[in-house]
Design a protein around this ligand. Structure first.
Ligand code: DGL
Length: 253
């Protein structure tokens, strides 16, 4: 592996672009390849086995096609279903996953009221319960699934009336009752404005994107694989690549 090799960033669709934004800010000289498996999105309402198989297949394809030194699984759903299998399958690859930022929330609001909005898979997996017990810090944690939101964001509708209507249905019962809302799906930061309109500006929205970027930098530095003279970005997808790239570029800004 060489420092010039790519950092691959993977998600079911455009969600991981919210992580890629942090990665590029922190690591501007790295070469990135982003892959959105939009032919199979959304992952969040599939079975765990399906998500695992799709994640492993996408990784295998990426590794076959490009020189890759690290894989960032910029998808909470794929991380909870497949991170262990990925590490077992590719012991020499640096693999970074993303988790709902519950530790950050519990550290920032000890004893606070924390909502975690995420996909069905993420919220039902063992990994999430383990996270909830490990970083509780006296907080009350409420799981909030948001079916339908990923589809709207994939359609470029994050700021639409439909998205706000859906968010009202999901979040109005929690208005005035949360100190922080963890955005436990990488798509959701793109709907942050509408979420705050529903919940009120004094709720802290937290996500794991920046922490994931820092962890990526830390692991590359430890492996002496940081790049000093790159900066390429390839945007690829399993379907409708042109539309995908246009939306991804818009969300990257
Ligand atoms: N963006 C993904 C996540 O972080 C999943 C979205 C989906 O495909 O359901 O969970």
């Amino acid at each position: 592996m060489k420092s010039q090799d790519y950092i691959a960033v993977f998600d079911s669709g455009v969600g991981g672009i919210s992580v890629l934004r942090h990665l590029r800010k922190l690591l501007p000289k790295e070469n990135f390849i982003y892959f959105g498996d939009c032919a199979n999105a959304p992952y969040g309402s599939r079975t765990t086995q399906e998500v695992r198989a799709l994640t492993l297949a996408a990784t295998e394809k990426l590794l076959r096609q490009y020189p890759i030194k690290a894989l960032v699984v910029a998808c909470n759903t794929a991380t909870s279903a497949a991170i262990r299998d990925l590490r077992a399958e590719y012991p020499n690859l640096i693999v970074i996953g993303i988790e709902p930022a519950l530790k950050l929330a519990a550290d920032t609001f000890p004893g606070g009221r924390i909502g975690v909005m995420a996909t069905e898979v993420t919220l039902r997996e063992e990994k999430f319960d383990a996270l909830m017990h490990r970083f509780n810090n006296g907080c009350t944690v409420t799981k909030i699934p948001a079916p339908g939101l990923v589809e709207l964001i994939e359609a470029g509708q994050a700021a639409s009336v439909e998205a706000e209507t859906l968010l009202r249905q999901i979040l109005v019962p929690y208005a005035g009752k949360l100190d922080a809302l963890v955005l436990g799906c990488t798509h959701y930061p793109f709907a942050a404005k509408a979420i705050l309109r529903v919940l009120g500006e004094d709720v802290a929205l937290l996500d794991g994107g920046e922490g994931t970027a820092r962890q990526t930098r830390r692991l590359l530095r430890e492996a002496a694989l940081l790049n000093e003279d790159g900066g390429d970005l390839l945007l690829t997808a399993s379907d409708h690549e042109e539309n995908f790239a246009a939306l991804a570029e818009q969300l990257l800004r």
